[in-house]
Design a protein around this ligand. Sequence first.
Ligand code: AMP
Ligand code: MG
Length: 455
Amino acid sequence: MRSSSTAADFLRNRHSEFFYDWLLAGVAAAEDDRTSGMKAFSPFYPEEISDAFGVLELEEAVERILKAVPAPVAETVPLMEAHGRVAVEPILSPVDLPLFDNSAMDGYAVRAGDVAAASPEQSVELEIAGRIEAGQTFDAKIGTGQCARVFTGSPLPAGTDAVVMQEDTRTKADRPNRVFVTDAVKPWENVRLRGEDVRAGTALIEAGNVLTIGRLNLLGATGLATVKVGQQPKAGLLATGSELIEPGQERKPGQIYESNRLGLATLISKAGGVARVFPLVPDNLESTQEAIEKAFEECDILVTSGGVSVGELDFVKEAFEQSGGKLEFWKVAIKPGRPFVYGQRKGKFLFGLPGNPVSALVTFLLLVRPALLRWQGAIETGLPVSRGELAEVLNNRGSRRHFMRVRMGADGKVYSAGTQASHILSSLAAANGLVDVPADAVLPAGTSVRVLRWD
Ligand code: AMP
Ligand code: MG
């Protein structure tokens, strides 16, 4: 039991939840700003001042990162293992699809002209000259007054130009090898034509396409067994912070459970990277530098969390530079998420994410995920987007774009996922998307919004 109430308790009791949210957002922003060495935004201290120097727009930051990513290194993988990988070259179809004219139905391959007058009252009698199961062939030609028993996928025999479905025929026990057609068919009805889907020589996919399930089906249907894809980056994860302990460990006062690597490792794999999780790093220069150097020995891309602000205990930037790395920038005008560090070391990349869990996740999605995808050669590096409609107002009082946590229902209605401060995990858990709310903007209920998705 607490003996005295906190400032937050005080405010919660005396003001609406909205005001509390607003104040918390201010406090979180102030934290962000403090950590990037700028004047704090608070409800009482305008944020504009802090955005005035050295801050990159998100798009510019992403572009600068993507430009620096090396061309993909190709490797050949079986199609069966290629889902989510990125093709590094266009693939032209070696064959027509369908491969040959074939039946779309169980029925009888006929000459359409023979049954033009068929009706239930006046059926047309045909001789069954053969039977062709899917996978079989038929060498003879079907002549006038004849037909062939066929099934879905059976090659269409020479001489025929349509298939009468079984339901439009009758057979008689005393007339074997005869069928009575009770409905007419047009030429090429119920026939799947060779090449109507894909012509040999046309592009099945382009270089830079991610191999989705549908694309894999298409490639497989043409007989290809392997595909050339971009190598996957090995991405290391380092969490810094002397306060951090591994989940499951016994906790001493003041310590907290490390939780950032969990989500980040999953997101790395989802973006096609191979995640390598390293031990926790305490806040001192030697440990941080040692951990960074060791991780770079095994990884192409190193993702750190925490320790990138200007506090006395933030060592990632210094340790990275000490280890021979070159910092490119460390401020991006988004919320949550400042500060953010990006640097290069011998053709490899460092991404230093803020430690606040929501900031770490959002900066990863917006700035690191694109690099992982481009590393493999992907053209498209943005998050998947769904269109939705705000069911309630989204309010950004700050002067930075705010990627707000939202929950979008199957009906396309979009709700705030809850309190938006960057240490609040319950709203992260409730969220299934982010809405990019411009600075100083109020998006009223009913606004059509783009929801960035990650799950
Ligand atoms: P920092 O960016 O290191 O100043 O950390 C900002 C806040 O995030 C602090 O409250 C940290 O304790 C917290 N934090 C940092 N890293 C982690 C982590 N890996 N898991 C959970 N919380 C973290
Ligand atoms: Mg820290």
